[in-house]
Design a protein around this ligand. Structure first.
Ligand SMILES: Nc1nc2c(c(=O)[nH]1)N[C@H]1C(S)=C(S)[C@@H](COP(=O)(O)O)O[C@H]1N2
Ligand SMILES: [Mo]
Length: 380
């Protein structure tokens, strides 16, 4: 994915704006700025907050419309810092190291680490739409909360939507919010102004931008992007035709996997070792779902024979959470030569770690987390 600097371009249904920052710029600050990645299935929408409202309906006792002003003044505001990543992050690695996949070509930069603010979805569901907190116990276990944005067509559908389990929406520990601010300011149009869902720990696809409607339902969102995309298809599904028989059988992706990415040096580059034969590496690491933060990043310059523990930067203590990324750096020993590799392996608080040098292949190239992080490096 090329980094497009033209931030004014809104894209079209045919050619939406999809871009990521160069890796060295991405990790320059622990909180990523508004120029971090864009992932759109249709054009960027420009809305007026004063004319926008959200409809809450479905299996609620009091269907209502809520204005942006009401979201900001009638409900307690909750701040959550989190890493948000596209399910297709690192797809390029799957495509080039294993086998081609169907999907746009992300390197390792389809991730952001931002601070979001707005009411909790659970508060809006309870206080606004009259959802009873006791009810979830039994009959709500299987329900879903659907998010929809109707403003434009998308590449594969007439709108954009996604859903999360009702249990997740109602769990205060999951920090699901209706964000009206990003990094302390109103959200830039590209990132969903005037309101977007923020679902930490979950693939970015469920954090629906330009949110128009929230529906509690027995069903997942009917949108293509919930039912016919963002699923880890089994490796025997080699083409779109075969995939048709699997979409209904495979669960929608939810948690993102634990992952470590190297930002410096980048792959295919030439690097010079220090006098003592060391190479400085830097990158980021994200936890699996709600099992963060990342507690360890190990780095290897000799294809896994020896590993060095990286130094971790958890960010400011008032913002660091189980959802945020860590920035890391390490000095590793390497031999001079060509086609060298760097392995980087993260482990989170929940004990999840990157298990394989290369992830298992899937047709859509989602959820990649192999620990072979950089390859084709020339070391001089
Ligand atoms: N309305 C709408 N919301 C959306 C999308 C979209 O195309 N339309 N893309 C989703 C996907 S796939 C991702 S990864 C994130 C990207 O968020 P960003 O563009 O703010 O980085 O938004 C999600 N929310
Ligand atoms: Mo995405």
């Amino acid at each position: 994915m090329q980094a497009i600097v033209d931030l004014q371009n809104d894209g079209t249904v045919k050619e939406p704006i999809n871009r990521e920052m160069p890796m060295d710029q991405l990790i320059e600050s622990w909180i990523t700025n508004q120029d971090n990645y864009d992932r759109n299935h249709g054009p960027i929408q420009h809305k007026l907050a004063s004319e926008h409202d959200i409809t809450l309906d479905g299996l609620v006792s009091r269907p209502i419309k809520i204005t942006i002003e009401s979201l900001q003044t009638d409900y307690p505001q909750h701040t959550v810092a989190c890493a948000l990543s596209c399910a297709g992050n690192r797809r390029h690695t799957m495509r080039t190291r294993i086998k081609d996949v169907w999907g746009i070509d992300w390197y390792d930069g389809a991730v952001m680490n931002c601070v979001w603010e707005g009411p909790r979805l659970r508060d809006v569901l309870m206080q606004g739409a009259g959802v009873d907190e006791v009810e979830p116990e039994l009959k709500r276990q299987q329900q879903h909360v659907q998010f929809a944005s109707y403003g434009t067509k998308t590449q594969e559908d007439t709108w954009y939507g996604g859903s999360i389990p009702f249990k997740m929406a109602m769990d205060p520990d999951m920090d699901v919010i209706l964000a009206v601010k990003m990094n302390g300011k109103s959200i830039p149009p590209r990132h969903g102004y005037p309101v977007r869902a923020i679902v930490p720990g979950v693939l970015g696809a469920r954090s629906v931008k330009w949110l128009d409607r929230i529906t509690v339902s027995e069903e997942e969102s009917p949108c293509v992007y919930q039912r016919r995309d963002y699923k880890i298809l089994p490796p025997n599904v080699l083409d779109k035709e075969t995939a048709k028989h699997y979409w209904d059988k495979i669960p929608a992706m939810l948690e993102m996997p634990v992952n470590a990415c190297v930002a410096v040096p980048t792959y295919k580059s030439t690097v010079t070792l220090s006098e003592s034969g060391l190479l400085e590496c830097k990158g980021y690491a994200v936890p699996q779902g709600s099992h963060g933060p990342v507690t360890r990043v190990e780095v290897s310059g000799d294809e896994g024979k020896t590993w060095v523990d990286a130094t971790l930067d958890y960010g400011p203590s008032e913002l660091a959470s189980k959802w945020t990324w860590v920035l890391w750096n390490a000095n590793i020993k390497m031999e001079k030569g060509e086609e060298k590799k760097i392995f980087a392996r993260a482990t989170d608080k929940g004990g999840n770690t990157q298990e394989l040098e290369r992830s298992t292949w899937n047709l859509r190239g989602v959820g990649y987390n192999g620990y072979e992080a950089v390859f084709d490096l020339t070391v001089v």
